[in-house]
Ligand binder design. Sequence first.
Ligand SMILES: C[S@@+](CC[C@H](N)C(=O)[O-])C[C@H]1O[C@@H](n2cnc3c(N)ncnc32)[C@H](O)[C@@H]1O
Length: 263
Amino acid sequence: MHINNTSYDGFESSFSDKQEVVYRSSKLYDVQKNVNLIKNSYNKKITVLDVGSGNSKFLYALNNSGILDHGYGIEISKSRYLFAEKWCKDLDISNVTNIHSDIFSLEWNLLPKCDLIYCPDMVFQFFEPTNKGNGNLFLSKAYNKLNDGGKLIMELDTCDVILNSMHDGKVKLWREFDESDPWRYMLWDCNYENNCMSLKKTFIKRDLSKCSNSHVILHPYSRTEAISMLGKMHYSNIHIEEYWDTNKDTEHDEFIIVGERND
Ligand SMILES: C[S@@+](CC[C@H](N)C(=O)[O-])C[C@H]1O[C@@H](n2cnc3c(N)ncnc32)[C@H](O)[C@@H]1O
């Protein structure tokens, strides 16, 4: 199995009850900017497919905003799916269906047509390195699942900061998370080869008691490359949003690409 399919396993499995409460509310707060963009893009209740939905925070926040008709969250990691299901039960939400599946093994025909296919946080960038051709395959499946006027919204990263700080295709970087996160530091060991960015990440707990490792391989996309890919797969009204809601609410190098199905 490709490492991208297991890189998030166990991500949310080591919290105390107290940490989980703080974590959940910080995640709902973080995703509010994404919800605001969606609320400004539709004037009706919408059916949503969240690809690589993780803990499903986006679908729960969208439901809180009153705009969600039904949401389907597809997540390959069993532990993240279980975390999302437990949270769903605690919230007593009935219009979100969490599905534990690889998006490429999903029976798409069992799902209804969607007004929004949402693919944030570089999820699309996992697909091409996992299997050559998966990028276009996903764009085509998503297009066929959209209602007339429906939108595909993806958040991508050019990885320019990392690429520009590399020597011979390698660099080591670190970042510190804010205090609501049980993890304090993340160390990145980055390698770039054949259009693929390998990110080996080490997470260190707030009390420094524990380390956790993960490895993911991403395909960086420029704005031009992303626009061209969606154009070739028949999307229309393709455009880039630099921010979700307000100036500077995306990380450096991140951008949002929107494509529509218009029959
Ligand atoms: C960067 S995380 C984003 C999670 C979530 N959307 C968020 O915003 O917090 C990427 C997620 O996509 C999931 N994922 C990666 N490849 C997948 C695939 N082929 N099918 C379904 N989920 C996938 C990972 O397990 C991980 O939870």
